[in-house]
Structure formats: structure tokens, C-alpha cells
Design a protein around this ligand. Structure first.
Ligand code: CP
Ligand code: NVA
Length: 307
């Protein structure tokens, strides 16, 4: 298993299976893990806002007997020019793990390269692997398996699209991305996902036709059209993505028992209608809850006292 949690693509199916099994056990019996990180400290660096990631990691460390320190954009010297390398070398002398939400993915790689302690990716402009680990746990809970299921992501070829392509393909799922022209996922990510899917019995479809993406899907997945840092593009994106809203008509093309997922935060009336996200197929709050359990599995495995 990798020493850091930077990308799902760094992991084998067996690695992800181990994390999912640990997450399941932790969710079933959290008290059994109450001392797994006793006396340990996680530093949490946030260059961007966060509700779920911040609170679930903080609470997760507390439930494991450890503690978390919140380092917002203005709290440390990164924004005043202290290098990522120096920041990580210094942090390594104080804490037992670092979770970071950064803009540039390269900064996260630099952080990991210079950190003696495990580094966990809490989202970059490139990917969001902790979210998708929790999503895989949720899909398995709701639909009983991962292998052979089809997940359709409709929207921007962004960080969420990249981690869904990686995670679903490794687990042998069929993953489809429906995106407007000019907003395709990264070509290298798609190629890697095709390779992973081929060896795991799944497949990858990337299309500009949302209906084709959604056809016969077991899981429909949405994300915002303008991500954090893209606020100035929001008006243009609202126009470009207009045909890519997940609404009742689009959902009709999926399997009758399909579930709807969203990493949140959501913009009702933009990427998804209220009828869908607040409707009977939506699993968004169970999905958000699983961030806690899945991330505790990562913390126990990477930081925790070995029993
Ligand atoms: N889904 C997610 O990561 O939410 P936050 O941005 O609130 O952490
Ligand atoms: N694509 C979104 C995901 C938020 C969890 C963003 O980067 O803002």
C-alpha cells in the first residue's frame, strides 16, 4: 500500500478493497477503533473552503483518540512565500500526518515528497480521492457490489471526474463521463482509467452526449459546474453546461433503481433539479456521512498504531 493517499490511481484494486473493508468495520463498530490514533496529531492545511472535509477529518481524528489542527489560508506562511518543501519538513517534526486541500496538485506532490509523515489529499484542482473512496463505500452499501455496475458522471471533466474515472475503473465498474465540448477530463487520466478498467472487467466511455452517458446507469453522479477558484467563469459555464443538468428527463434513461450521488456542495436548479437531489433516489447525505468512515480507515491505516 502507498505511504501517502494522493491519488486512487496509485492504488491496486486490492489496496482499495482493504480500505473499503476497514471503513466498513469502523462504521459498524467505531468504539473498537477509539484508541487507534491515541496521542497522534493530524495537521489540516486548507487553501480553499471546506465543510465536509474539514469537519469529517477533525471529528474522525477525535473519534480515533487523536487530535487535528486546522491551518487555514492565512494561518501559516505558505501564502507569504514560505516554500511547500520547508512547510512540510517543519510540519513533519511536529505532527504524525498531514491532510492538505490545495489548488495546485504539484504542490501536494511536493508536500508529500518533503514530508516524513503520511500526506492525505483533501482535494486539489486535479483530483479528490478521499471523496471517491467514500463514494465507493456508499455504492457498495446501496447496491451490494461495485464490479460490473455503471456509474455515469455528467458535467465538468474536473477533479471529481478524474477521481471517479480512477476509482471506478480500478474496481471493475463501467464509468461514463458526459461533458460539454471543451470540458473533457484529462486525456492521460482517461487512458490510465481505460487500462485499469480493461484489466478489472470494466470500461470507460467519454462522450459529449449526456443521454448516452446516463443510458442504463446504476449510479448518476453530479458536481458543480464552476469549482472553487472558477467563480469568475460561473456565468459562462451556466450557459455551456445548460444541456447537462441532471433532471427527471435525463434520469429516465438510467436503470429504474439507479441512485443519485453528488459530492456536495450542490447548486439546485443548475447541475441538478431539486426534484432529483431531494428525491427518493438521492443518497447524498449517506454519501457525506461515509466521508467520516472512509477517512477514518485512511487515518487508521496510514497513521494509526499498529496492533
Ligand atoms: N465534498 C467535499 O469535499 O466537500 P467540502 O468542500 O465541503 O469539504
Ligand atoms: N469540483 C468541486 C468539488 C468540491 C468538493 C470543486 O473543486 O470545487
Amino acid at each position: 500500500m502507498p505511504r501517502h493517499f494522493i491519488a486512487l490511481a496509485d492504488h491496486s484494486q486490492e489496496d482499495l478493497r482493504r480500505y473499503l473493508e476497514l471503513a466498513r468495520l469502523i462504521k459498524l463498530n467505531p468504539r473498537a477503533f477509539a484508541k487507534a490514533c491515541e496521542g497522534l496529531t493530524l495537521a489540516m492545511i486548507f487553501q480553499k473552503p471546506s465543510l465536509r472535509t474539514r469537519v469529517s477529518f477533525h471529528v474522525g481524528m477525535a473519534q480515533l483518540g487523536g487530535q487535528a489542527i486546522n491551518l487555514g489560508p492565512k494561518d501559516i506562511q505558505l501564502h507569504r512565500g514560505e516554500s511547500v518543501a520547508d512547510t512540510s519538513a517543519v510540519l513533519s517534526r511536529y505532527v504524525d500526518g498531514v491532510m492538505a486541500r490545495l489548488y495546485a496538485h504539484q504542490d501536494l506532490l511536493d508536500l508529500a515528497a518533503n514530508c516524513r509523515v503520511p500526506v492525505i489529499n483533501g482535494l486539489t484542482d486535479f483530483n479528490h480521492p478521499v471523496q471517491v473512496l467514500a463514494d465507493l463505500q456508499t455504492i457498495e452499501e446501496k447496491l451490494g457490489r461495485l464490479q460490473g455496475l455503471k456509474l455515469a458522471y455528467v458535467g465538468d471533466g474536473n477533479n471529481m471526474a478524474h477521481s471517479l474515472l480512477a476509482g471506478c475503473s480500478i474496481m471493475g465498474m463501467h464509468v461514463a463521463v458526459g461533458h460539454p465540448r471543451g470540458y473533457a477530463p484529462d486525456a492521460t487520466v482517461v487512458t490510465t482509467a481505460r487500462g485499469a478498467a480493461a484489466s478489472a472487467g470494466g470500461s470507460v466511455l467519454v462522450t459529449e452526449d449526456p443521454a448516452e452517458a446516463v443510458a442504463d446507469a446504476d449510479v448518476i453522479y453530479a458536481d458543480v459546474w464552476a469549482s472553487m477558484g472558477q467563480e469568475s467563469e460561473a456565468a459562462e459555464r451556466n450557459q455551456r453546461f445548460a444541456g447537462f443538468q441532471i433532471n427527471e428527463a435525463l434520469l429516465a434513461g438510467a436503470k429504474p433503481n439507479a441512485i443519485f450521488m453528488h459530492c456536495l456542495p450542490a447548486h439546485r436548479g443548475e447541475e441538478v433539479t431539486s426534484g432529483v437531489i431531494d428525491g427518493p433516489r438521492s443518497v447524498i447525505f449517506d454519501q457525506a456521512e461515509n466521508r467520516l468512515h472512509a477517512q477514518k480507515a485512511i487515518l487508521v491505516h496510514l497513521l494509526g498504531h499498529k496492533r
